[in-house]
Design a protein around this ligand. Structure first.
Ligand code: FES
Ligand code: FE2
Length: 447
């Protein structure tokens, strides 16, 4: 394939009903290198929750592509984000994941930076024989080109040439509101997180997060266990859902500009959602429409590498590209600040049961990702056939559901649960092509 013509990797011919992704997109190390520069290096990336950065000197470490990032609230309570890389010899300065620190001292030679990224000490500077040219240099941590937040979600960009965050998120904001406005005092991570790696490309997680088609095969054992529970066997306290009831429900998806996408499904058992008791409060504080949509199952992709799933409890995950065939996952359980202890417990039991790496779904998924990666290295396959379901049911632009919500997607699908459409993946792959093509042809990411 020709790395100068990225459109060859995604055979996208809407008028003919064709959407095919080439296996090299997941397996070619050269494309992986270009992604670092032209995707992760030139777009907004999710970094942290503002609720992790409430107090002066709170900090969180994150990652944009291969760049380690330090996100801070400085002494003046300003939000900042910096390359977490020492100006001396390039060591990662802050090793911790999160905490509160007035100063960040590099573990290598002890240079120190404050929470605004300013270099406050060069160890033994006086005896160092430094020339005036060195003294004239700036020694502070390098700030990211952009940092901004939306409804408590903090994003950063290595490039200044990005649209304002609100514009980047566009109408996807309605679906972010449904996650981030569940509590009157905002949202927070339940303490603890899961970090794990899988042997596969980062876009395997992108695909899977918008893929209900795999549920009834990959997670068969999970579905079996739930029927046993309904018969009174096993962990009957887990408050799991009756999956058979989903089959008759309606759902759909929307794709948005800049690669974002959402999958939704009417929830057959809303009373099993931990926010169910809060619905009257949500209705009064926001609207009937918010209350109705918060009870639907929703899986969202914020391009490139953040997903929030509000299906079985509420989880936020990021997936970081480590190598073409290696990805680091981080997953968190999100909850309203100030949630009642019994609802918090209910939420946690659901999270453990399904999403946790020790739960009953995630191990199934990570195994199939590595099996996909092995298969993608096989020679006879060129284009995959995994992005075609639902094309015949898709509508360019909006539909009656989006009109009622007042949002303008680029593509919409509506249908029964078992449509399991794969059209939800078109927006992310179109954006992947657009950004990669802009990069290799020397153009701007956001002209
Ligand atoms: Fe940080 Fe030397 S690399 S002080
Ligand atoms: Fe899964």
């Amino acid at each position: 394939m020709d790395l100068k013509d990225i459109s060859l990797y995604v055979d996208d011919r809407p008028a003919e009903g064709v959407f095919r992704v080439h296996r090299d997109v997941y397996a070619d190390p050269e494309l992986f290198e270009l992604e670092q520069e032209y995707i992760f290096g030139r777009t907004w990336n999710f970094l942290a929750l503002e609720s992790q950065l409430r107090k002066a000197n709170d900090f969180v470490t994150a990652q944009i592509g291969r760049t380690p990032v330090l996100v801070t609230r400085d002494a003046q309570r300003r939000l900042g984000a910096f390359a977490n890389v020492c100006r001396h010899k390039g060591a990662v300065v802050c090793r911790a994941e999160a905490g509160n620190a007035k100063y960040h001292v590099c573990p290598y030679h002890g240079w120190a930076y404050d929470a605004s990224g300013k270099n406050v000490d060069i160890k033994d500077r006086k005896t160092g024989g430094y020339p005036p040219a060195f003294d004239a240099e700036d020694h502070d941590l390098l700030p990211l080109a952009r940092v901004a937040s939306y409804k408590g979600l903090v994003f950063g960009s290595l490039s200044a040439e990005v649209p304002p965050l609100d514009e980047f998120l566009g109408d996807m904001r309605f679906f972010l509101d449904l996650m981030m406005e569940q509590g009157p005092e905002g949202m927070e991570y339940i303490p603890g997180r899961a970090v794990y790696t899988y042997r596969g490309n980062w876009k395997l997680q992108l695909d899977n997060g918008l893929d209900p088609y795999h549920l009834t095969s990959t997670h068969l054992s999970y579905i079996d266990i739930q029927s046993r529970r309904r018969a009174g066997l096993g962990n009957v306290e887990a408050r799991q859902f009756d999956w058979a009831m989903r089959a008759s429900k309606e759902g759909g998806s929307f794709g948005f500009p800049h690669g974002h996408s959402v999958y939704w499904l009417d929830q057959p058992e809303p009373e099993k959602r931990p926010i169910f008791p809060a619905i009257p409060e949500i209705r009064a504080r926001l609207s009937d429409r918010h209350a109705e949509w918060m009870l639907k199952a929703r899986n969202t992709e914020i391009f490139p590498n953040m997903q929030i799933a509000d299906a079985i409890t509420l989880m936020l995950r990021t997936f970081h590209p480590v190598a073409v065939d290696r990805t680091e996952m981080r997953s968190y359980c999100l909850a309203p600040v100030g949630e009642a202890p019994e609802l918090r417990a209910w939420r946690l039991r659901q999270f453990e049961d399904f999403f946790n790496p020790g739960g009953m779904a995630t191990p199934d998924d990570t195994i199939v990702y590595s099996e996909c990666q092995s298969g993608l290295a096989a020679q006879p396959i060129s284009f995959l056939q995994g992005h075609s379901r639902g094309i015949a049911a898709a509508k360019q632009g909006g539909n009656d559901v989006s009109q009622a919500l007042g949002i303008r997607p680029t593509v919409s699908v509506k249908g029964g649960f078992t449509l399991f459409n794969e059209v939800a993946l078109h927006a992310p792959y179109r954006e992947w092509v657009r950004l990669m093509q802009a990069g290799v042809s020397g153009g701007k990411a956001y002209p």
